[in-house]
Structure formats: C-alpha cells, structure tokens
Design a protein around this ligand. Sequence first.
Ligand code: SF4
Ligand code: SF4
Ligand code: SF4
Length: 303
Amino acid sequence: MIQFKQDIASSAEKKPLSLAQRRKRDNRRRSLVRVGIQIVFFLFAPSLFTSAFTGLKQAFTAIGGGAPLEFSGFACVFVMLCLFTVVFGRFFCGFACSFGALGDFVYFLRTKVEKKTKKKLPRLPKKLAGGLACLPFLILTAVVVLCAVGIYGSLSGWSPWDVFSMLTTLNLRLGRYLVGVGLLAGIVVGMALEPRFFCRFFCPLGAVFRLLPMLPWSVLKRDTDACIKGCSACTASCPVSHRLGTEENAGNCIRCDKCIGVCPKQNIKTVGRKQPAVALLLTVGKAAILFLLAFLLHAVRFF
Ligand code: SF4
Ligand code: SF4
Ligand code: SF4
C-alpha cells in the first residue's frame, strides 16, 4: 500500500517531457513500428516482391509472344501493389518489401560496425551514386525487352531476385542459379556500402513505382520557405537521398518516414503528423490493409 502511494506520488511529480525528449520518444516509437512491420512482412510475406516482378515479366512475355494477357496470381499481386502505391505512396517499399528490409538490415549492421570500431566505412562517391540513379529504368527496359522477345526465360539462372525468392522459401537447390547467386552476393555487399543500394540503383519494380501517379495525401510535403537556412537534415537522413519539396518526382520517396522525426521545425507535412500517435496508427492500419490484401491473394505464408 505504501509502495503504491509512493508510485502515485512519483508519477504525479513527473515533469512533462521537453520537446527534444518528445521527439526522441516519437522517433523511437516510429522506428520500432517500422522494424516490427518489416519483420512481419519478411517472415510471412517475403514473396510479394518476386511475385509482383513475375507478374510484370509474364505480362510482357505474353505481349511479346502475341498471347492473351492472363490474370494469374502473380499479375494480381503486381496490380494490387501498383494500386496500393497510387493510393498510399510507396509504403510497400518503405515498410513491407523483403528486399528493401534486407537492405535496411545490412546497412544497420554496417552502422553497428562503424560504432564499434569508431571508423567510417567507405561509401560510393556522391557523383557515382547520382549517375547510377537512372540504372533501374535501364534494367526495367532491358527486362521488358528480353521478356517481349522471349529470351528472358533462358536467362533466369542470372536472376538475383529468383535466388532471393528461393532462399526465403529455404529452397537451396541453386545449382542452376550460380550467376544469380554471385549477383545477389554482390548486391548484399553493395547494401553495406549504401543505404537502400538495390532500391536506388537496380530495382526494376521500384522503377515502375517511381513512374506511378500518387494521390496527394500519400505524398510528403516540405514547406521550404519555413526551413532553417542551410539545413538539410531531412535529406541527410533519407536512405534514398530524396530532397523533399525540391524534386519533381515524388515517386522517388519510398515513404519510410525517417525524415519526419529529424526536422527540428516539424516542417514535413503528412496526414496525422501533428499527433504522432495518430500517425503511428495510420501506419499500422496501412500495413494491416496490405497484409490482408496479400493474404487474399495467397501471398502470405504461415510456415
Ligand atoms: S525499390 Fe524494389 S527492392 Fe526496394 S523496396 Fe521497392 S520494390 Fe523493394
Ligand atoms: S523523403 Fe523521407 S520518407 Fe521519403 S524516402 Fe526520404 S526519408 Fe523516407
Ligand atoms: S530538416 Fe526540416 S528545417 Fe531542415 S531542411 Fe528539412 S524540412 Fe527544412
């Protein structure tokens, strides 16, 4: 009883959190929710990326071969993810794609090594990174052309995403995929060099998402006039180096929401931003809708 009274008294004496403390707490919650959602999708829906990509390849193979378009399960996942992206922005990329989550995890390990060794590990030169930004569109074009002329099937042993898909299902019969295994290993090394290495420089599916129109509420906005002079904290924290409010293509933003918490002026606008708890609920709600859709399309596995 005495302890209980002491607890009540100490909680009554608790000072309200300062703005900086509140921001730190909200950032921690935001990160926990993001990582939690990534883990759930990685464990239960790791094939969403490869299914959607297969849907895209099937469509162009059929078009090239003059065959009628079939609405297969893969095509349904592809169309669902495109529609979801139009409505909610690239939430799938920021929170639910297993390949994106792998990139985040590998880069997180790199930052841990840097902290432990107190040494900065190398990154790609900025000019090179900028120059590689158009590569996903070239890869997308190459995939589309190879599918349309009917050659892609014979190159499937080269596909790092097929290898990734097999690994997520613990299928280790990779004898036919040695080139793909080598490419995937190279991509993982790249993921340790740059945040979201594969997303930024190689992903053909990401290139499709970048081209899609997005509804206004799904796009983050920055009031550049109200920014602190010389500040670029949001861009520095962005894994894809997107400059909010200054780039035409909002599709480059993968909606990971990492920049929201770093702005000292709370100058990045999104639905529910004013109340962090509401914003978190909306995030969980979007994840739940995506998970349900994936479940209905048989893209969820329960081991
Ligand atoms: S860009 Fe590609 S790999 Fe990256 S999260 Fe999006 S779909 Fe996944
Ligand atoms: S602009 Fe913000 S939400 Fe968009 S990718 Fe960069 S950090 Fe993530
Ligand atoms: S962190 Fe905030 S103040 Fe700084 S540039 Fe970004 S939006 Fe502007």
